[in-house]
Ligand binder design. Structure first.
Ligand code: ACO
Length: 448
């Protein structure tokens, strides 16, 4: 099969959000800590009416409607999520409600879980299936869905929530360059969810930042080596038009791109300008460990990479800054932001993607973009996602009301025998919502 990849995308995020500026004041943090320090503008969260299942039901049905896809055309469905609602029953099985109505139960695939990486694992599974001898000619479907919530404290402003659905098949406008790939996997305790009674992770924030950057370095090295082996010339940042990162918060994305720049400098890649070489020279003798701790290096590399960041990364940052960390959906929401901002000029472009999931698992891979043909064109994907309208129709909650909502959700997590509030006026028509969880923990959803 040629040009296997993403044919169509739809994104859904809750209409309820809190402004980071208001939250930082409420939390007693210094002014600018969340907005400039973390680089975040706003954060979406689920109220009691929504969860990872309802969000993915909404994203999948909307994708089918807007691209004219019949549920019988799907042969594989893979879900990536780290939000645990049931330790056995997959989110995929909830989504089967959509397909059973059309008599289609012949659909492979289940859920993939490892922190924010599950969506990428799901995507690779689907692409591999289409490229394999067991492919039956139907589409694959990937769903990334998460609700990221943290206990009170410094990590709380790095939450978020969303679901993304992606249709997979050959001749895609967003085609995998499957040959170029680099992974780094390792055993660390940077972010994990050992407390099964709580939705909140245990997180070592500083360690998670360093693990992320170490994984980025390792993946970039493997990716570049693979590229050089196949192309006979070294890879540098000038060989890609855009870089898309898993985005826990924007500051880490700024640091990550600067880190790639430093990597190019160390490998003496041609893309690094002379002035930058001078500025980075003092840091070339640092050991690898020292380089993660050096504030001066961080500052210098961010400064020399600034123009390239504006050109190659900034267009990918809209949704992650506005919605927050969407865990498995975060990387793909960043990519969706690029399609939204640049759809008319992306033909022939290469986009490098970096996926990171704590614990840890990480891969760098690349897409080659084509304008595509309706309905599977980049411009139609941008039109369908209609990101401006979704952002505009949101409802801001006060920080007090946000905290109150999270308290209720703590109480509800793992609970049974409750119904949700009848007032669903904040949800747009077509949105799925949770009606009740009965005495046997069975969950019931409806569509507004
Ligand atoms: N104005 C401007 N900037 C400020 C201000 C201010 N008033 N106050 C602080 N800052 C800056 C800090 O200098 C720092 O920036 P820097 O790193 O460039 O120096 C930044 O704001 C954050 O402040 P810190 O005090 O360093 O960090 P904090 O203890 O508040 O925690 C953290 C931040 C670790 C990211 C926390 O939110 C967290 O644990 N989040 C979850 C873990 C996470 O997302 N890890 C990323 C990879 S793993 C994953 O995806 C889950």
């Amino acid at each position: 099969q040629k040009n296997v990849g993403i044919l169509a995308m739809e994104i859904y995020f809750p209409p309820t959000c809190v402004q980071q500026e208001a939250l930082e004041a409420h939390d007693g943090a210094s002014k600018g800590k969340y907005t400039i320090g973390l680089g975040q503008d706003c954060m979406a969260f689920c109220t009691e009416s929504e969860d990872v299942i309802s969000m993915s039901l909404t994203a999948v049905t909307s994708l089918f409607e807007k691209y004219g896809i019949d549920p019988t055309q799907i042969g594989r469905l893979e879900v990536g999520s780290e939000t645990v609602i049931d330790k056995s029953k997959s989110i995929k099985t909830f989504l089967m409600q959509i397909f059973e109505k059309y008599g289609n139960t012949d659909i492979e695939g289940v859920d993939s879980t490892n922190a924010c990486y599950g969506g990428t694992a799901a995507l690779f599974n689907c692409v591999n299936w289409v490229e394999s001898s067991s492919w039956d000619g139907r589409y694959g479907l990937v769903v990334c869905t998460d609700s990221a919530v943290y206990a009170e404290g410094p990590a709380r402003p790095t939450g978020g929530a969303a679901a993304i659905a992606m249709l997979i098949g050959p001749n895609a406008p967003i085609a995998f360059e499957s040959k170029y790939r680099g992974s780094h996997m390792s055993h660390v305790y940077d972010f994990y969810k050992p407390n099964l009674a709580s939705e909140y992770p245990v997180v070592d924030g500083k360690l998670s930042q360093t693990c992320y950057l170490m994984a980025l370095d390792a993946c970039y090295k493997h990716f570049s080596n693979r590229y050089e082996k196949l192309e006979g010339k070294p890879f540098s940042m000038s060989d890609a038009d855009y870089f898309v990162f898993h985005s826990p918060y924007n500051k880490l994305v700024q640091k990550s791109f600067a880190r790639l720049y430093f990597n190019d400098f160390l490998r003496n890649a041609s893309s690094v300008e002379e002035v930058a070489k001078e500025k980075l020279a003092p840091f070339s003798s640092l050991s690898c460990d020292e380089s993660y701790q050096s504030r001066d290096l961080e500052k210098a590399s961010q400064q020399v990479a600034k123009n390239l960041y504006d050109a190659k990364v900034q267009p990918t940052t809209l949704l992650p800054k506005q919605v927050g960390n969407m865990y498995t959906a975060s990387l793909y929401a960043a990519f969706a932001s690029l399609v939204h901002n640049k759809h008319s000029t992306l033909d022939g472009n290469r986009v490098v993607m970096f996926s990171y999931g704590s614990g840890l698992t990480s891969t760098m891979f690349s897409f080659r973009l084509h304008s595509g043909e309706h309905p599977f064109s980049l411009s139609n994907i941008a039109a369908v996602m209609n990101i401006p309208a979704k952002l505009k129709s949101r409802h801001e909650f006060s920080p007090e009301k946000f905290v109150e909502t999270l308290k209720l959700m703590e109480h509800r997590y793992g609970g049974k025998d409750f119904v949700t509030a009848k007032d669903r006026s904040l949800l747009s028509p077509g949105t799925y919502y949770l009606i009740e969880v009965d005495k046997l923990y069975r969950r019931f959803y409806a569509k507004k």
